[in-house]
Ligand binder design. Structure first.
Ligand code: 26Q
Length: 822
């Protein structure tokens, strides 16, 4: 064959979607790729066949995008994250390619309902909550704003557990999202890398005693094999890659060990490889601390860096240009081991000296912090690091020497300050502080809301900030409007297209055009009708799944997020109990019907979070059955909250609960999804709520409670929760009902300690904020009574949320951190 003979594949045009030919394509796909005939195809077969039809078009764009980035020598962004909470991919892909209606019609012509097969697609639940979903929104936005980007993570066989309720208690079951195969992914064996653990480090000295090189000889090996998933931007603009690593044994069996009679030991590496990509740690706020977690972190960091360096070297031949051509972003400290790993690869493999390697490293990496909670800050015991990653431990000491030298030279620190800056925590068990490692290894460190970033400067990173005052910056989170408005709320999207035209589809700022319609009675009615339809849809699901009847004309009050004491589901439940008490004791009052929805998973090891779930269910059982309540208050705990359930609940909410203890929620992103779908927020001045208040206006949000500064002040100077409780009869009554067993007659002591903690220390200010919260809820009641007024506020929320698009967030990262043109 001569070089001149190339085959040009026919490229499908964006608009050749006539129903007949699409239907023919689907049938062909069913036949030749699924191996089935229409008469015997199951719904899963139709799903696979449909995805593959659209996938072919995606692949064309994917190859083009990759080639274009290469030809232009564009700087690439590498987003390292242990979590990507992608959810379902089909609707996203169809909708971003503008093929949704065409596929719906084509499938209908074959007697298949697109919504039915879409419901069969499992959620890719490779994340815990906010941090993982943020990574997924960022992937979509990077493709949309045309940034060449790769996401790197782990292909967990078991992602986030499935939550079931048994007698009101959370039960965790493994989720097996790969059971029917995954039509979106492509295995790339040829890009596999070897990852080592343990073993020894030798120092090679040249003649004359000069240290030449360090040679690390690991004693365990696994293979990291990548699986690529295309990520489609809006209008198919660009298709980027999510590359997830899976562990494989280098040798399936160690024959020498087997032959020596060690039959179990012969499988050790095989088992380890399997374990590495088996399961996502389901804790989002405690550090897990297990050895396997550290191994996962190193496994995916090392594989990703080897891949990045290989790509860079094959294109540019030299690593001195790495910071100009690659921006590597660390999503929290989970990939922080990448800092010493890059140094190791540059020094030990490429022969670059420490000073140069350290400079390249800092210019390449950036890091995002997502939490200030001390119990969530990662650190690893030095002895564990020495055993698992002996060479990295040496490099960490070398970094530390460099950093402490600079700190001393700055003259800004006394001995205590120096101790706090150190990468090694010396009091008690010696541990490596991953936050400090990520901070020093990066040229940029960002928080995820204005308030959170300020608190980072004042608290966890106060000393490091003093040393490098330019490094910390803010990038307020955002959400993708494609998934969180266009796809999940077609009713509202359609109404807006009719009202303000299609411009907002490409420029979300144009939502502002809706503001003027808040005073238009006819528009308000149509807006309210859309909300009602969405509530009916949710009410039907609640009826089907839980057998609970809820009235769609009631106020839908929703708190859905991970269960954590700082998020204060308990405050919401206690207020519900107080309201219940009021309804019973004042039946003559004009109460407004409300349904309180809860949803969220608790970390399996987090006892109080699990108890809070049980409490919500115990209270629900009593309240929902009490005839004296006359249906005025219903409580619903929706099991197994995940991305797909969020897509149904966000559009159906009237009231969004964002009630964390001020200073503790880094940003929140659910808060944004609700408001974009026309819910009004009741919330504290915490995380991004602060900026939402500025954008939507004080009249269109209900803010209550202590500020972050007031919370800190109480914690510093002490505060007497018992006195606060005794001064609030409603609160005292509700707490005593819960702790005396009114809702748990089968175990009257069940909540004694949980409630007792509120009297003792009330760390999260549940008692401290109760009266303000209850008053804010009564203010919500008054707002709800004025139905046109409520709808107008809801419209203002939608109109003014454009700024919270993750496209805006990503453009800021690109310009201010990554140095990538947008
Ligand atoms: C760490 C070590 C070992 C095991 C697990 C972990 C771990 C895993 C996940 C620690 C934290 C997380 C997740 C944190 C998270 O989701 N944080 C949220 O991030 C959102 C996006 O920035 C913010 O909006 C939320 O406020 C923040 O809570």
């Amino acid at each position: 064959m001569t070089g001149a003979m190339t085959f040009e594949l026919p490229k499908p045009a964006m608009d050749d979607f006539d129903t007949k030919s699409l239907a023919a394509e689907i049938l062909k796909s069913l036949r030749y790729r699924v191996g089935k005939d229409a008469t015997v195809a199951t719904p899963h077969d139709w799903l696979a066949a449909s995805i593959k039809v659209v996938r072919d078009r995606i692949i064309e764009h994917w190859i083009d995008s990759t080639k274009e980035a290469y030809d232009e020598g564009a700087k690439r962004v590498y987003y390292l994250s242990l979590e990507f909470l992608m959810g379902r991919l089909m609707r996203d892909a169809f909708s971003n390619l503008g093929m949704m209606e065409a596929m719906r019609d084509a499938l209908a012509s074959l007697g298949v309902d697109l919504d039915v097969i879409a419901g069969l697609e499992p959620d890719a639940a490779l994340g815990n909550g906010g941090l993982g979903r943020l990574a997924a929104c960022f992937m979509e936005s990077m493709a949309t704003v045309d940034i060449p980007a790769h996401g790197y993570g782990i292909r967990y066989v078991n992602g986030m557990f499935r939550q079931e309720l048994s007698d009101g208690w959370q039960v965790e079951l493994p989720e097996t999202w790969l059971d029917h195969g995954n039509p979106w992914e492509f295995e790339r064996r040829e890009r596999a890398f070897e990852i080592g653990f343990g073993g020894r480090v030798e120092s090679i000295t040249a003649k004359g005693g000069r240290l030449e090189r360090h040679v690390w000889t690991p004693n365990e090996h696994v293979l990291a094999v990548p699986y690529d998933t295309p990520v489609v931007g809006w209008r198919g603009n660009r298709v980027n890659t999510l590359r997830l690593w899976s562990g494989f044994p280098v040798d399936p069996i160690l024959l020498d060990r087997f032959n020596a009679g060690d039959h179990i030991g012969a499988l050790a590496e095989s088992n380890m490889a399997d374990a590495l990509s088996r399961v996502l740690y389901p804790a989002d706020s405690h550090r897990a601390g297990q050895e396997l977690r550290l191994k996962q972190e190193y496994f995916f960091s090392s594989a990703s860096l080897q891949d990045i360096l290989q790509r860079h070297l094959s294109q540019y031949g030299d690593l001195m240009s790495l910071p100009d051509k690659a921006a590597i972003h660390m999503n929290d400290t989970h990939p922080a081991i990448a800092v010493p790993e890059l140094l190791r690869l540059l020094m030990d493999i490429q022969g670059i000296d420490f000073d140069t390697a350290w400079d390249l490293t800092k210019r390449t990496f950036a890091y995002t912090n997502h939490t200030l909670l001390p119990e969530a800050l990662e650190s690893w015991p030095v002895p564990l690091m020495e055993r698992l990653l002996p060479r990295h431990m040496q490099i960490i000491y070398a970094i530390n020497a460099q950093v402490l030298l600079e700190a001393r030279a700055s003259d800004k620190f006394n001995d205590d300050g120096i101790r706090r800056i150190s990468l090694i925590q010396e009091d008690g068990e010696r541990r490596v502080r991953m936050g400090n490692l990520a901070f020093f290894g990066s040229h940029s460190v960002n928080g995820v809301s204005a308030l959170h970033t300020e608190l980072m400067k004042q608290t966890v990173f106060a000393d490091l900030h003093k040393l490098y005052p330019e490094r910390i910056n803010n990038k307020t989170n955002g959400i993708t409007p494609r998934r969180w408005l266009f796809q999940c709320n077609p009713g509202l999207t359609g109404l807006m297209r009719e009202t303000i035209g299609d411009g907002f589809l490409d420029d979300i700022g144009e939502l502002a055009g809706l503001d003027a319609f808040a005073s238009d009675a006819a528009f308000r009615e149509r807006f309210a009708a859309v909300k009602r339809d969405n509530k009916v849809r949710l009410a039907n699901i609640v009826g089907e799944r839980l057998g609970i009847k809820v009235d769609p004309s009631a106020l839908f009050d929703v708190q859905i997020k991970r269960i954590h004491e700082y998020k204060r589901q308990l405050l919401n439940i206690v207020e519900a109990v107080a309201l219940y008490d009021q309804i019973r004791s004042h039946p003559e009052k004009d109460w407004l019907p409300r349904v309180k929805f809860f949803g969220g998973k608790a970390a399996p090891s987090y006892a109080n979070a699990k108890l809070i779930i049980k409490l919500a269910n115990d209270v629900a059982r009593v309240v929902n059955r009490d005839p004296a309540v006359r249906g005025l208050l219903k409580i619903v705990f929706m099991p197994n909250y995940n991305v797909s359930l969020a897509e149904v609940m966000m559009p159906a909410a009237d009231l969004s609960e964002q009630i964390s203890t001020a200073g503790m929620e880094a940003s929140g992103t659910g808060n944004m999804k609700f408001a974009l779908n026309g819910a009004i927020t009741i919330g504290t001045l915490d995380g991004a709520n602060v900026e939402m208040k500025e954008k939507v206006g004080d009249d269109n949000i209900v803010i209550f409670g202590l500020t972050a500064e007031e919370v800190a002040e109480r914690r510093r100077n002490g505060y007497n929760p018992r006195a606060v409780i005794e001064a609030s009869p409603e609160l005292a009554q509700a707490l005593s009902a819960i702790s005396s067993g009114v809702f748990s007659p089968d175990a009257p002591d069940r909540y004694r300690d949980l409630i007792g903690g509120l009297y003792d220390h009330d760390w999260f200010q549940v008692a401290g904020d109760f009266d303000a919260y209850a008053a804010a809820q009564r203010q919500v009641d008054e707002m709800w009574r004025n139905s046109p007024g409520w709808t107008a506020k809801a419209i203002h929320n939608v109109a003014r949320m454009g700024w919270f698009s993750s496209d805006r967030t990503i453009r800021q990262y690109a310009e201010e951190i990554w140095g990538v043109p947008v």
